[in-house]
Design a binder for this molecule. Structure first.
Ligand SMILES: Cc1ncc(COP(=O)(O)O)c(C=O)c1O
Length: 233
């Protein structure tokens, strides 16, 4: 029966990337369709410094990413990219005698809706305004801030960064689960930065996901101050 293997570019907790070269080859050998969830991580490809994280990803069959994450365009702006045009059309296309079809294909052949607003326009505007270098700088900035978060957290007594910080995500523990949940609650109370709690590898964690274009190094410093206050409480 048809099999889909879903690989991840950017794990929500660790920011980790699946090893695409080996996994896509293995899945294709077994006759599977390979989909890549790159909601935020696919944008690593835009940065020469991070591109290695998505090495081999182009061999997949379909990819999804969100312009409303990395590019900060308004919700909702998911992008689906499918290699096999006929498969996409067969899955998504809707037909009715009242609709006019061009043999070259219609936009509504590629999406779940017939009617939708012009979501592409803000994406075009952001890409046009930032350019290739600007998008790379945006991604690199998120990664730089995540690294600064990780370094700052690691220096807090009793705190531990649990993931290898390869991209924009940081997962930290502040001792046992109760202590970590206390820090999460104190941060939400404090309001300086929006960091939420989660569970990762069986432990309570505080999760940092850097994803806003306007975040500055000073914002990271202020957030680390808030974290130090929260940890002290
Ligand atoms: C890795 C990943 N996949 C999928 C999603 C779902 O994204 P959306 O429903 O906003 O397109 C998210 C959102 O947080 C995500 O981080």
């Amino acid at each position: 029966r048809p099999t889909i293997v879903c690989l991840q570019a950017g794990n929500v907790h660790s920011g980790a990337f699946d090893p695409f070269v080996e996994t896509i080859a293995a899945a294709h050998d077994a006759g599977a369709w390979v989909h890549v969830d790159g909601a935020f991580g696919l944008f690593a490809a835009a940065s020469p410094a991070r591109r290695h994280l998505v090495e081999g990803v182009e061999a997949a069959d379909s990819w999804a990413t969100d312009a409303h994450k990395t590019l900060n365009v308004p919700y909702d702006c998911g992008l689906a990219i499918v290699r096999d045009r006929a498969a996409l059309r067969a899955a998504m296309g809707m037909h009715g005698d009242y609709l006019i079809f061009d043999a070259a294909g219609e936009p509504m052949d590629k999406v779940p809706e017939i009617s939708r607003r012009g979501r592409a326009l803000p994406v075009w505007a952001v890409l046009r305004s930032l350019g290739r270098d600007g998008v790379a700088a945006l991604v690199d900035g998120y990664c730089r801030h995540a690294r600064a978060f990780a370094d700052g957290i690691a220096a807090i007594e009793g705190a531990e960064v649990l993931n290898d910080v390869v991209f924009t995500q940081v997962c930290a523990s502040f001792g046992d689960d109760e202590a970590t949940r206390g820090v999460v609650d104190a941060m939400l109370d404090d309001g300086t930065a929006w960091t939420t709690g989660s569970r990762w590898r069986g432990r309570a964690v505080l999760r940092v996901s850097v994803s806003n274009w306007s975040t500055t190094a000073a914002d990271v410093d202020a957030s680390l101050d808030a974290l130090r206050r929260a940890a002290a409480r």
